[in-house]
Design a protein. Structure first.
Length: 288
């Protein structure tokens, strides 16, 4: 698992009230619910079942302080997941069932979560006991948000605001399935609307970003928007404190840009991003 990152959200010489939180994240699970590679028919060093043991250990050590999140691409990418999506659909989908049992708090969709169509994705959403957020997925024809852009959790009196965004490339790669039903707006314009409110409502602002840090796009971005733009959140007027990055299938323990911390776990639940956050008040009753 990834080494822990210590993120100091607020410090003061005369601390009178402190708390500790642990943000645990997966990204790009791609159907790996078990510890078995069904293509090679051998044990696999990843999967949600394996991640569950690490998450249980963190909860035992930090009771009431752990928040578990996912940054997208859950349902597609492995024969196990494909079987239960195409051949023998079941509710809940085994990946969602594993996440429910683990006790995830929040997830945002990835572009591949739409690969089996919106009906399959909708069943997965309805079966989840955790919440979904997306600030740039919009139902058509009404152009309305199917999920809240963000939500606020409370732990030990701290307001943890969690927003989500998805690369708009999904509407290119799944054009036939999504046309007239769903659009994925540009992340930049959506973040500019969502982040100021997230910042006002939160003591700790977290973004689940299914978009790579930076670099070129694998499609013509005209009228669509860039594929990999996570790093641009550091230039927003209202910045998040922490961004969990997905989509690019890389591992990033900690990258700090403009005061914003970016982390990315390995894909297929081969690692967890574990972020330790210490918050302090200057005086009782004051904001964190």
């Amino acid at each position: 698992m990834l080494p822990a990152l210590l993120l100091l959200a607020a410090v003061a010489a005369t601390n009178t009230d402190t708390t500790h939180l642990v943000i645990v994240a997966t990204a790009d699970v791609h159907g790996h619910a078990t510890e078995w590679d069904f293509v090679s028919d051998r044990a696999f060093g990843g999967g949600l079942a394996r991640a569950a043991r690490a998450i249980d250990s963190l909860r035992a050590r930090y009771p009431g302080q752990v928040i578990v999140v996912d940054a997208g691409d859950l349902l597609e990418g492995e024969p196990f997941a494909d079987y239960f999506a195409r051949v023998a659909p079941r509710d809940p989908h085994p990946v969602i069932e594993a996440m429910n049992l683990i006790g995830y708090d929040v997830a945002t969709p990835g572009d591949h979560d739409f690969d089996y169509g919106l009906a399959t994705f909708g069943r997965a959403v309805r079966a989840a006991t955790f919440r979904w957020v997306s600030g740039n997925s919009r139902d058509l024809p009404g152009d309305t948000l199917p999920f809240p852009a963000y939500l606020v959790l409370r732990r030990n009196g701290v307001r943890i605001g969690i927003a989500g965004f998805t690369t708009p490339g999904g509407i290119v790669w799944n054009a036939t399935a999504l046309r007239g039903k769903l659009r994925v707006a540009r992340i930049g314009e959506s973040a500019a609307r969502v982040l100021p409110e997230l910042r006002r409502e939160s003591d700790l602002a977290v973004v689940l970003m299914h978009s790579g840090m930076d670099g070129g796009s694998s499609y013509d971005t005209t009228g669509v928007g860039g594929e990999n733009v996570a790093a641009t959140l550091a230039a927003e007027a209202a910045k998040p404190d922490l961004v969990v990055v997905g989509h690019s299938h890389r591992e990033m323990i900690d990258s700090v840009i403009g005061g914003v911390h970016f982390v990315e776990p390995k894909p297929f639940a081969q690692s967890l991003a574990v972020v330790h956050v210490d918050l302090a008040r200057r005086a009782p009753g004051e904001p964190w």
